[in-house]
Design a protein around this ligand. Structure first.
Ligand code: ADP
Ligand code: NI
Length: 215
């Protein structure tokens, strides 16, 4: 288990090394750490920690924001996990989780319901979108994509499709178009509580931001 995990971590590190929009290896490591916390809090013997930690490290290695060809990335990941002798049922669950994890798929697509293992990874990934780190990642992503920080003449949208979601707006609008929405979509007790705490901090941040902007 330890040896297999070390190989998985090295794979994630290699695949995410070029990433510069907030989905890099440091993000994958924090998602894995948060997933550990959620597991400890849940204390549910049916949880498969190898599946959870592997999916946490690997979740962005097949994302269309990170790789040019997501289908090819899935095949490469499947081959890698099989080569490392991860049992097929676990390979299938890891691939299922990372395919159905995303906000955009849950909100606009036909995401399949996640198993408890998947819910843990999803909550861990979503906590990373919130709080001080969430604010930094959102600004970092916006910079990488050439979006402005804020424009009071552009109101936040009520997004209906993934295409609209990918047509990006301002950094501040992303708080309303996604970040605050996921707080109510958390699935685990630790995730719900920590998301609320991080949201409170973001609301404080926005108050200060508008105050400075308007002064
Ligand atoms: P998902 O894959 O779950 O649908 P994303 O990967 O698009 O969600 O978002 C992950 C993180 O990337 C967000 O939490 C945010 O920090 C950043 N991000 C995504 N889209 C935008 C955007 N339009 N503006 C600013 N940040 C964004
Ligand atoms: Ni992520």
């Amino acid at each position: 288990m330890e040896k297999k995990l070390a190989k998985i971590i090295a794979y994630a590190q290699e695949r995410l090394s070029e990433e510069q929009s907030g989905h890099g290896f440091d993000h994958a490591c924090r998602v894995a750490k948060l997933a550990e916390k959620i597991m400890a809090d849940l204390n549910d013997p049916s949880v498969d920690s190898l599946v959870v930690i592997a999916a946490a490290y690997l979740h962005d290695t097949i994302d269309d924001k990170v790789v040019d060809d997501p289908d090819e990335a899935v095949e490469e990941l499947r081959n890698f996990l099989t080569f490392e002798k991860i049992p097929t049922t676990q390979v299938l669950e890891i691939l299922f989780i990372i395919d159905n994890l995303s906000f955009s798929k849950e909100q606009f697509g036909a995401a399949s319901e996640l198993t408890i293992n998947g819910q843990i990874v999803q909550d861990a990934d979503r906590l990373e979108a919130l709080g001080a780190i969430g604010i930094m990642r959102t600004a970092y992503f916006g910079g990488a994509h050439g979006n402005v920080l804020y424009d009071p003449t552009i109101p936040p949208r009520n997004l209906q499709t993934k295409a609209e979601y990918r047509e990006e707006s301002t950094v501040i609008n992303h708080f309303y178009e996604k970040l605050f929405l996921i707080v109510d979509q958390m699935k685990t007790p630790f995730g719900k509580q920590e998301a609320q705490r991080r949201k409170t901090f973001m609301e404080e941040f926005l108050k200060e931001f508008y105050r400075e902007w308007n002064d």
